[in-house]
Design a protein around this ligand. Structure first.
Ligand code: RM4
Ligand code: MN
Ligand code: MN
Length: 398
């Protein structure tokens, strides 16, 4: 493929970073704190701005309503703050899992107080999305049960349908809602939106502004995620991604760290849909949902963005004509070789040239390290915390 075309595809490829990826996170066994980690939305946006400054491909930041907004602070001010740091607010993620009232679920719970609480939170979240001029509400439910017989799965399904229909109709015209699925955790017997098929049915039933969100870590082992992606794209039901990698469960590791070929195959199906099946893939939201427990946060995010670019670029380089020809001849080895050839191509030169053209350093991670940002904010943030009397260990999840 010609260099100009590859540059254009890179120009169009944006990946959204999550505010919670800049914060101290951990596992249920504990959390290791980093002096430079962001604790407040101001700091998260500052970090996100730095990631975009060095990579040029992370212009938006996903926010979590409960962790990033508080009563009394104006969401519009938060949007202005983002702009000050050179980024915009992207997907708005309501929180239907942390409040005590959600012990047995949110909209699927038989407890009407939990349902009402979830409805109020969704109304607030839509208002926040409007105020920050976001066009995406991203829904994930921890709803489910832990034991057989605990609740009626069908009654819960009906409750979910009702809520999603109502919310869909409450969305402004240009806003869409993404329905994320997950087969396990925190519910361990059944999850109310367990897989892509259920998410599809709920979204389809709710209306045309609802689409499916594929979190790459939310599948049972062995699932063919690129097939799911190709299928949803062809049905015009793929809303976007939460990218992360995993070895065992919902590990939230860095994209491509365990299996880069799997990410490449996902991107390859997207290019296939665009190039051979005339699908409009421009509204597919590429978002990151990772938890950088051990890595320095900003470094991890730069590594994430550049890895995503590399794998996307490789997928763009698949010779689709050759591939179609091999498929028509039913030559399995030639067809597979087309994918392998692109996957193993060295794209570093092309990426370096694209970055130069955009006045970016060809090596974003090296340039970031040379900037001394981490040491500077570690110092500033520790001082600020000490001055305000906030103890490092008292910070919440994000
Ligand atoms: C879930 C899911 C959601 C994320 C929460 C914190 O497993 O991936 O997208 O917001 O975790
Ligand atoms: Mn997710
Ligand atoms: Mn997850």
């Amino acid at each position: 493929m010609e260099r100009d075309r590859l540059f254009q595809l890179l120009d169009e490829f944006a990946i959204e970073t999550p505010s919670w990826g800049y914060a101290d996170t951990g596992t249920r066994f504990g959390k290791f704190l980093q002096p430079a980690a962001a604790r407040k939305i101001e700091e998260k946006l500052e970090d996100a701005g730095v990631v975009h400054k060095f990579t040029g491909c992370c212009p938006t930041v996903a926010v979590h309503v409960l962790w990033d907004f508080s009563v009394g602070t104006s969401a519009a001010d938060t949007a202005r703050l983002a702009e000050k740091h050179g980024v915009r607010i992207g997907a708005v993620n309501p929180n239907f899992f942390q409040d005590q009232v959600y012990k047995f679920g949110s909209v699927c719970s038989a407890d009407e107080r939990a349902q009402a609480h979830a409805h109020r939170h969704m109304t607030d979240s839509i208002a926040i999305a409007k105020a920050v001029r976001s066009d995406t509400i991203s829904l994930w439910f921890a709803d489910g049960t832990n034991y057989p017989g605990q609740d009626d799965m069908v009654a819960r399904k009906h409750r979910m349908h009702g809520a999603l229909r109502q919310w869909h109709d409450a969305l402004p015209k240009n806003m869409r809602m993404l329905v994320e699925y997950k087969p396990f955790e925190p519910a361990f017997y059944h999850t109310d939106v367990a897989d892509w098929g259920m998410a599809y049915v709920y979204a389809k039933d709710a209306g045309e502004k609802a689409k499916v969100l594929v979190d790459t870590g939310h599948h049972l082992p062995g699932a063919n995620v690129e097939h799911i992606v190709a299928f949803l794209l062809d049905e015009d039901m793929l809303g976007g991604f939460h990218f992360n990698d995993r070895k065992y469960a919902d590990d939230d590791l860095t994209i491509g760290s365990i299996d880069p070929y799997a990410v490449f195959r996902i991107f390859s199906e997207i290019r296939n849909a665009a190039e051979l099946h005339e699908r409009d893939v421009s509204r597919v939201a590429y978002m990151i949902d990772q938890s950088h427990n051990l890595k320095p946060k900003v470094e991890a995010m730069i590594q994430t963005a550049t890895t995503a670019q590399e794998l996307y670029l490789k997928a763009c380089m698949v010779d689709r004509e050759k591939l179609q020809d091999a498929q028509a001849r039913m030559n399995v080895v030639d067809a597979e070789t087309c994918l392998r050839y692109a996957f193993f191509a060295d794209v570093r030169q092309v990426l370096a040239a694209w970055r130069k053209r955009k006045n970016l350093d060809p090596d974003p991670l090296k340039a970031y390290r040379a900037s001394g940002y981490e040491a500077r904010v570690a110092h500033e943030r520790e001082e600020r915390r000490a001055a305000s009397g906030v103890n490092a260990s008292s910070s919440s999840y994000a």
